[in-house]
Design a protein around this ligand. Structure first.
Ligand SMILES: *Cc1c(COP(=O)(O)O)cnc(C)c1O
Length: 396
């Protein structure tokens, strides 16, 4: 029998209360001021290792200037849904910029990355279609899949035999869509795009890639997963957020012009939800321009990723298959994960634990995010703290 709402409320709140009593509740901490490599959190100066601000664009002078100008020109909101009175010239400029950045015909934006995945999957798939997902795709893809009403299958994480087994049994479906993350948000590893794209073509499935953590992070100039592998036109639908490397709010889909036009004419979040405020839109546009004009930021980030990951590996930490700015520090046991997190936060590094059910049972971990704005000394200091803490708890 299903448990009552009262019981669910109590269980959830009790768990949080127990964690708070043990000083192990690392969530909902209040950040003071803008979030950089050094950030004030609840009155303490901390070294930030939990932020998505990979390239430091949150406080980039050109980005801030664009945001201020946008307010002067457009005011605070767009006063409508995109479909009716909410499309401004700023929205059109951003979508053009994204299309150019992703080398597609066109793009469409939505009010968050989460909503973007719901929009894509509910518009492109319906009952009777088949959605095939990697087991570790983002929650918003899973939710979009459920909402679409399509049949769905998951393949083992980044396992090409598992994917092909599902495709080989998919003959009865006219429409098949494979959905993957470019960089997996809890593991920091990179999807095997060359092989997935080959299988998609072989079995006449369309391919959608969520680039939330790949834009500005992988590829020589931060253009994402295709640049990383030296591929072109291997993907049908590119999805990205405007909330991570691009520190505004929103999400986008990019692809060929008929597909984008179809999304604009029929996706429900485009028609029934208010459009992005122009200030977010022009902030995002300025961020894409900075990534293109200052490739040294991406070079610095990639150097930092390597220094941090290799430092942890050398001292014996398990960082899974991470190759990106997301570095999981695998612990396994929940209690140990929380102890490690507590020690590290006490020493002044802000990092959060990722626990079941956000990750599979028994794979509890800390998740570090490396930033371009970390100096080599910041990384050395953090590594030192990880070393002391890991040794004292017998993790390394
Ligand atoms: C963060 C994230 C999203 C959701 O984006 P928001 O802009 O935060 O709503 C979608 N997909 C992946 C892989 C993400 O990491």
């Amino acid at each position: 029998m299903a448990i009552s709402l009262e019981q669910r409320i109590e269980e959830t709140n009790e768990r949080a209360k127990r964690m708070k009593e043990n000083d192990s509740f690392f969530y909902l901490k209040s950040i003071e001021g803008s979030s950089g490599a050094h950030t004030r959190i609840e009155g303490r100066e901390m070294l930030m290792f939990a932020s998505y601000n990979y390239l430091g664009l949150i406080s980039h002078p050109k980005v801030k200037e664009a945001a201020k100008k946008a307010i002067d020109e457009y005011g605070t909101g767009a006063a409508g849904v995109r479909f009716l009175a909410g499309t401004t010239r700023a929205h059109e400029e951003l979508e053009k910029k994204i299309a150019q950045f992703k080398k597609t015909d066109d793009a469409v934006t939505y009010s968050s990355g989460y909503v973007t995945n719901l929009a894509a999957l509910t518009t492109l798939c319906q009952r009777g279609d088949l959605l095939i997902m990697d087991k570790l795709v983002h929650a918003s893809i899973i939710d979009g899949c459920i909402l679409s009403g399509a049949n769905h299958r998951s393949f083992l994480h980044n396992d090409m035999d598992s994917l092909e087994r599902i495709l080989a049994q998919s003959d009865g479906y006219q429409n098949k869509l494979i959905v993957i993350d470019a960089v997996y948000s809890m593991d920091g590893d990179i999807a095997n795009l060359p092989e997935i794209s080959r299988l998609a073509k072989k079995y006449k499935a369309k391919l959608m890639v969520d680039e939330a953590h790949s834009i500005g992070v992988i590829g020589k100039t931060g253009h994402g997963i295709e640049e990383y592998f030296g591929l072109e036109n291997s993907v049908d639908i590119y999805m990205g957020t405007l909330s991570k490397t691009i520190p505004a709010i929103g999400g986008y889909l990019a692809g060929d012009k008929d597909l984008i036009s179809f999304l604009k004419l029929s996706s429900r979040p485009f028609i029934f939800s208010a459009s992005l405020p122009p200030v977010a839109v022009l902030t995002a546009k300025a961020c894409f321009e900075v990534i293109e004009n200052e490739p040294e930021l991406v070079v610095q980030l990639q150097k930092n990723m390597k220094q941090f990951r290799e430092g942890l590996q050398e001292m014996g930490y398990n960082t899974g298959n991470s190759e990106t700015a997301i570095v999981p520090i695998m612990v396994g046991d929940e209690e140990k994960t929380l102890q490690l997190c507590k020690k590290i936060n006490e020493e002044g590094v802000f990092i959060c634990p990722i626990l079941f059910p956000a990750v599979p049972r028994g794979t509890n971990r800390l998740r570090a995010h490396v930033l371009a704005s970390h100096t080599a000394e910041d990384i050395e200091k953090a590594l030192d703290i990880f070393k002391q803490a890991g040794k004292s708890l017998g993790i390394i």
